[in-house]
Design a protein around this ligand. Structure first.
Ligand code: ADP
Ligand code: MG
Length: 336
């Protein structure tokens, strides 16, 4: 597969909507790259620009160091998995999977098509559905076929546009794990876009965080979580969400306008700070306690269960080594 680079990519719609502004990124051959951002951030537009489905204003798209910015979509050899299933309803699952291999340009022998289809069907656990019509499948099965149809070929890159977003939580989790395993098996180059933080952290080798058409940080899931360069980025990962609080609430060395405190970096039961319990949510392996502290709501998460009741006084401490410091705007203050 290919290394894919975007250089100084700009894209506007109708001459005024700035969808992408100065996008720079490199997806290494064999890398699983996830673009993470809310709706409207420019995720789909980025994929469409790589596939050649949108004309870009300026910038370059490179496959293996070759500039393909002006190449036709058909000659770019990419596979696209769309947000909505796009199967041929009257074809069987087998024919849907075989379709991308039947292009007149390829002229593959039937035996080879059969082998490839069966291999992918097995990976995606849909072997027993190969004879079904696409309309005779559940939502999860349809999306497996849609992903399988992309994976049956070996293009320069797989472009995946929130392929799991229409599935229920449980199925999403299962397919997420399977997709990661398949990618490792095939050593595939994938650009996957999503607004779902769990998908980003479990799938990605690298995450690029998108905000209003700009990439604001690129890093491994660990780097993005531990070392965000802005409040915006710090709020993309982590559940429950990071607490953003006035620095003046806590005993810290100097005047820090705002701090970010992850719920797991708060210790309950003991410590110099006293608040009141607002709510307790037992999630099984962890418990999330909301605390009112000097009129700020703070979320703390602890392992296991926690005995307390609403409105009860609660003492806590914070892990000052893990405090993220921010200026009055959105930017991280880095220690010298
Ligand atoms: P995402 O996939 O992250 O939700 P999109 O790439 O679809 O974001 O959209 C980025 C921005 O471009 C949004 O403001 C969206 O409204 C706008 N946009 C996307 N497609 C079109 C289009 N065909 N015409 C006009 N504006 C568009
Ligand atoms: Mg989109």
């Amino acid at each position: 597969m290919a290394k894919v680079e975007l250089k100084k990519l700009f894209k506007t719609y109708n001459k005024k909507i700035k969808a992408l502004e100065d996008i720079n990124l490199t997806i290494e051959d064999g890398q699983f790259f996830v673009l993470l951002g809310p709706s409207g951030a420019g995720k789909t537009t980025t994929l469409r620009c790589i596939a050649g489905l949108e004309k870009i204003d300026s910038g370059d798209v490179l496959f293996n160091d070759e500039n393909i910015t002006h190449d036709q979509p058909a000659s770019r050899d990419v596979s696209f998995v769309f947000q909505q299933y796009s199967l041929y309803p009257h074809y069987t699952v087998y024919e849907n999977l075989a379709f991308p291999l039947r292009s007149p340009m390829r002229k593959l022998p039937e035996e080879e098509i059969k082998n490839k289809v069966e291999k992918i069907a097995e990976m995606l656990k849909i072997t027993n559905k190969l004879k079904n019509k696409a309309t005779e499948l559940s939502g999860g099965e349809m999306q497996r076929v849609a992903i399988g149809r992309a994976l049956v070929r070996e293009p320069n890159i797989y472009l995946m546009d929130e392929p799991l977003s229409s599935l229920d939580a449980k199925l999403r989790e299962t397919l997420r794990v399977e997709l990661k395993n398949i990618q490792l098996n095939l050593n595939a180059t994938i650009l996957y876009v999503t607004h779902d933080q769990a998908e980003a952290t479990t799938l990605a080798d690298k995450i690029g965080v998108l905000k209003e058409g700009k990439i604001v940080q690129i890093g491994t899931p660990e780097e993005i979580y531990e070392n965000p360069n802005s409040i915006y980025v710090s709020q993309r990962l982590g559940s429950p969400k990071i607490n953003i609080l006035p620095g003046s609430l806590f005993k810290l060395d100097n005047n820090i306008p705002k701090i970010g405190l992850r719920p797991e970096n708060i210790e309950l039961g003991d410590g110099p700070y006293e608040g009141k319990v607002i709510s307790i949510e037992n999630l099984g392996s962890e418990t999330v306690v909301a605390i009112n502290f000097q009129d700020n709501e703070i979320l703390a998460s602890i392992q296991g269960s926690y005995k307390s009741s609403i409105n009860e006084k609660i003492n806590f401490d914070i892990n000052t080594n893990k405090v993220l410091k921010f200026d009055n705007g959105d930017q991280r203050i880095h220690e010298r």
